[in-house]
Design a binder for this molecule. Structure first.
Ligand SMILES: Cc1cc2nc3c(=O)[nH]c(=O)nc-3n(C[C@H](O)[C@H](O)[C@H](O)COP(=O)(O)OP(=O)(O)OC[C@H]3O[C@@H](n4cnc5c(N)ncnc54)[C@H](O)[C@@H]3O)c2cc1C
Length: 364
């Protein structure tokens, strides 16, 4: 029988890919072109430093995903010929404010203690940082380097996953908006907008912001909200930026990506000039030579945020065989979703313990 995955973003496709590798039949139902699609508008980081500052289990889960990312990228390349431009030279966060640097150092130091000491990062002053990244400007007072961080081209990742899923025998149905689900134990019928019915014995709700509409019939609370992020990209430049940061990275094609802002503006994915100006100024403060380059594109996309910013992995309390998966770091966690989560979806004994990410944490 078939597992129905609702949502063909990076979360749904990563899970579908992993399930296919476990020998399951999978059909991915993906909505319309005008849906909100974080997977096509994100920053492309596999970012670990600072993540889970007050939630060590999330820090560990993110790091576990990062640790299997290289093998995941290699498998995708071997199976599809698509190089997702995975880079793991580490990342550097740049600081222009002493207090902000100090606060972040304290936060990372606490997290390192919470994790028993295994949390590598290095504090660099201006001179140390300039030795590593000569292009930094005088306003940069220092930075934090961590070898745990990396980045990919998220659009190549989407291409690789959608080829890999089809090649492994999965179906990906596009323009397939699910409007309702009839859910019984291990017996699911997804009803599409055109009336088509798709049946399966398991179901994964991975529809990003579209999950809210379907969550009730499956017994999920799905307490998610949109959070807007805006991103700028420059013309292609000679390569100078080996290390991505949380706000700046040079993509494999040469453009420098700048972002991403954070704004609570509901379901609004229009970019605005004021935010673009702040992002551009930040980039120039770090790398003054960017003042003279052209911006070629900007966009806004919506993150899928839970109340505490952590992923939600929840089995349906109403129908055996249904699960809900969502997160706001779907690129970082793509490798965990493809390589580790299928065991959880298949309810195996060796599944990762993700119980701390269930919805029950929101009812305390
Ligand atoms: C500005 C920005 C920067 C980000 N930067 C990073 C980063 O650097 N690193 C990182 O790890 N993460 C980052 N993220 C987060 C990451 O992009 C998301 O976690 C990830 O894309 C979520 O994927 P998803 O598949 O859950 O959702 P989406 O990509 O939104 O996909 C949901 C899919 O579900 C489909 N759908 C919705 N409703 C239905 C329905 N009823 N029936 C059928 N299909 C449906 C939609 O068509 C869509 O294709 C960023 C996000 C943003 C917005």
């Amino acid at each position: 029988m078939t597992t129905i995955v609702i949502g063909g973003g990076v979360v749904g496709l990563s899970l579908a890919y992993g399930l296919l590798k476990q020998g399951k039949d999978v059909i991915v139902l993906d909505g319309e072109d005008d849906d909100f699609r974080a997977s096509r508008g994100n920053f492309g980081l596999i970012w670990i430093q600072g993540k889970g500052a007050n939630a060590p289990h999330y820090a560990m889960w993110s790091r576990r995903s990062a640790s299997v990312w290289e093998g995941f990228a290699k498998d995708l390349f071997a199976e599809t010929g698509v190089d997702v431009a995975y880079q793991n030279a580490g990342g550097i966060d740049y600081f222009t404010d002493e207090d902000e640097l100090e606060t972040q150092v304290q936060s990372l130091t606490k997290l390192r203690g919470d994790l028993g000491g295994d949390y590598p990062f290095e504090i660099l002053d201006h001179v140390g940082l300039k030795a590593r990244v000569p292009e930094i400007g005088p306003k940069v007072i220092g930075g934090i380097y961590s070898l745990m961080d990396g980045h990919v081209n998220p659009l190549y990742l989407m291409r690789a996953l959608s080829i890999a899923v089809r090649q492994a025998g999965g179906q990906v149905k596009t323009g397939a908006r699910v409007v309702d689900v009839d859910a019984q134990d291990r017996d699911f019928t997804a009803i599409l907008a055109d009336g088509t019915k798709i049946t399966g014995d398991a179901l994964v709700l991975a529809a990003g912001l579209g999950a809210t509409d379907l969550s009730k019939s499956l017994g999920f609370a799905a307490p998610i909200r949109p959070q807007q992020g805006q991103i700028l990209i420059t013309e292609k430049l000679p390569f100078f930026l080996k290390y991505p940061s949380g706000t700046l990275r040079q993509v494999n094609e040469g453009g420098v990506q700048i972002g991403a802002s954070k704004a609570e503006v509901g379901f609004d994915d229009d970019e605005d000039i004021a935010t673009s100006a702040i992002l551009a100024q930040h980039a120039i403060d770090i790398f003054p030579h960017l003042e003279n380059v052209k911006l070629v594109r900007s966009w806004a996309a919506l993150r899928i945020m839970s109340p505490d910013g952590l992923p939600i992995y929840q089995r349906s309390p109403r129908a055996l065989g249904a699960s809900f998966v969502t997160c706001h770091s779907g690129i970082t966690l793509a490798a965990a979703h493809a390589c580790l989560m299928p065991d959880w979806l298949l309810e195996r004994n060796n599944a990762p313990d993700v119980s701390a990410f269930s919805e029950s944490r929101f009812h305390v």
